[in-house]
Design a protein around this ligand. Structure first.
Ligand code: PLP
Length: 229
């Protein structure tokens, strides 16, 4: 039987050990439980285990779980977001991790009633299949975003490639950290950019070592009910 509480305890213990080893404060790191592969019941177990932040990557999944669990959690939208879907999620989520283009920003800005905490997604691996702004276009994009009063760029987000090559994963996370420094150097009040959303089940240790403040964990926390676990 999958035990969400035991998994959460183990992840928190891991975070503490990694932080102790590298001299970071474990309280800087928040865990978002990614519930996209699991039932409402499993998501509920996560909340009962003490998880506060839940993440979904599709508007249907988010709406379904939000209807049942709503105020019991803080909701993060982590998937690629079609502009026409913004209206379905905007009143449910507190964080959007996948802001990657101006048309999307425009729609979020229009639909939101208050500033939304956004992460700009950056394609650090250069893979064609990955969403996200190119690193070399990031500063221009961030400056353009400063025109939208309902968008606050609290950080950057990325997904490392799916590979066993730990050096390559690390390089991707290091590049995101360098991108963050460039954005911070712009000193825009609309883009404090203090957060780094990076690290998933397979690579969160490396992500924490490289400065993650939010890790997004699905499989090793709540399991995957579509594919075993
Ligand atoms: C699915 C997903 C995750 C979690 O992946 P796991 O490997 O199951 O931990 C994290 N971030 C994003 C953007 C995802 O789509």
């Amino acid at each position: 039987m999958l035990d969400v509480q035991a998994n959460f305890n183990k992840i928190r213990q891991d975070i503490k050990q990694i932080c102790d080893r590298i001299g970071r404060n474990p309280e800087e790191i928040r865990v978002v439980a990614v519930t996209k592969y699991v039932s409402i019941q499993r998501a509920k177990e996560a909340i009962e285990a003490g998880v506060i932040h839940l993440g979904e990557n599709r508007d249907e999944g988010l709406s379904e779980k939000f209807q049942e669990l709503g105020d019991a959690a803080t909701w993060h939208f982590i998937g690629s977001l079609q502009t026409r879907k913004v209206k379905n999620i905007i009143d449910k989520v507190e964080y959007i991790h996948s802001l990657d283009r101006l048309s999307l920003a425009k729609e979020i800005n229009k639909r939101a009633e208050n500033p939304v905490k956004c992460f700009v997604q950056v394609n650090v691996s250069g893979e064609e299949s990955k969403h996200g702004c190119k690193p070399e276009e990031l500063e221009t994009f961030i400056k353009e975003l400063s025109l939208f009063t309902n968008i606050k760029v609290i950080g950057l987000m990325t997904m490392a490639p799916y590979t066993d090559n730990k050096d390559h994963i690390r390089q991707c996370f290091q590049l995101l950290k360098r991108c963050q420094k460039k954005v911070q150097a712009l000193e825009l009040s609309t883009a404090p950019c203090n957060e780094l959303s990076m690290g998933m089940s397979n690579d969160y240790e490396i992500a924490i070592e490289e400065g993650a403040t939010i890790i997004r964990i699905g499989t090793s926390l709540v399991g995957n009910e579509n594919g075993g676990g």
